[in-house]
Write a new protein. Structure first.
Length: 277
């Protein structure tokens, strides 16, 4: 069994990562090698561990130590496990641990876009998607529906925010991803970079010259970058103008748009099938 430490002091510094530090503090932009993220639930934690992430500590409801968490913790005997009754944990985290377990982990080194896109044929590009729930949902769809990688513009919400990880069900650890280099202006230089990597670009947007998502030419492209915009306003005019295709999802009942998470699932299912050929 790992080193189990029963919580008696709510103000212990070891618990700051779970109880008091905000996401931006965990990220630690000035010293990224010291950045931390929080994974929740044994299944998600296992996916992070399988991806090579390093655990720093665990926080678990006491009754879970002999249940779902037992086998996982047995492999990390030197990592501290903080535990207490549910009532105590609610005071520490601010909400009920519905999945019984949290793990503080060291953030992995950020990969380059070139590394992430090596051998990729279908990638998703997120522009300024700031809602962590939507980011997590897009990642889950991307992993399930044949995307090879995800790129994010610098203003997107971080995929390793706790809520993004939870909504993605840990798929943020299963599909390669990274942020586009902040030194590249978006969309002009960023779009040029995608073209240099050999990708044809497709903007998901409603335009007079848009093609249907089942367009034969679009579907037959060898390498395709599917670009999705922020909540509410969608893609900005610049990226739409710079893309090779503007793509619409046919809809009924007078509906003119979908949430970015829903639109991504439709787009990935339709356009990701080429990857299986």
């Amino acid at each position: 069994m790992s080193r189990v430490i029963r919580i008696t002091d709510f103000h212990a510094p070891e618990l700051d990562v779970y109880a008091r530090l905000r996401e931006i503090q965990l990220l630690n932009r000035h010293e990224p090698e010291k950045g931390i993220f929080i994974a929740e639930s044994p299944r998600v934690i296992e996916r992070a561990l399988d991806a090579g992430c390093m655990p720093l500590s665990f926080l678990a409801e006491e009754r879970y130590l002999e249940k779902e968490a037992k086998e996982l913790l047995a492999e990390y005997k030197e990592i501290p496990v903080y535990t207490a009754d549910m009532e105590v944990l609610v005071q520490i985290t601010g909400y009920k641990l519905t999945r019984g377990m949290l793990c503080a982990m060291r953030r992995p080194a950020q990969r380059t876009a070139e590394e992430v896109c090596t051998d990729a044929r279908r990638i998703a590009v997120l522009e300024n998607v700031v809602n962590p729930t939507n980011v997590g949902a897009v990642f889950r769809s991307a992993a399930a529906l044949n995307m090879d990688a995800v790129l994010l513009t610098p203003d997107c919400s971080d995929p390793l925010y706790r809520r993004s990880i939870r909504v993605s069900m840990g798929t943020v650890f299963q599909i390669p991803w990274t942020f586009l280099d902040s030194r590249l202006s978006w969309p002009r230089e960023g779009m040029g970079f995608l073209h240099e990597l050999g990708f044809v670009t497709a903007a998901m947007a409603l335009n007079d010259d848009s093609v249907s998502i089942d367009d034969s030419g679009l579907m037959s492209e060898e390498k395709l970058a599917i670009i999705l915009g922020t909540e509410g306003d969608g893609l900005a005019a610049g990226p739409i103008a710079g893309c090779d295709y503007t793509v619409r999802i046919p809809m009924s009942h007078g509906v003119d748009s979908l949430n970015v998470a829903a639109a991504s699932a439709v787009a990935f299912w339709q356009l990701g099938r080429h990857r299986l050929r």
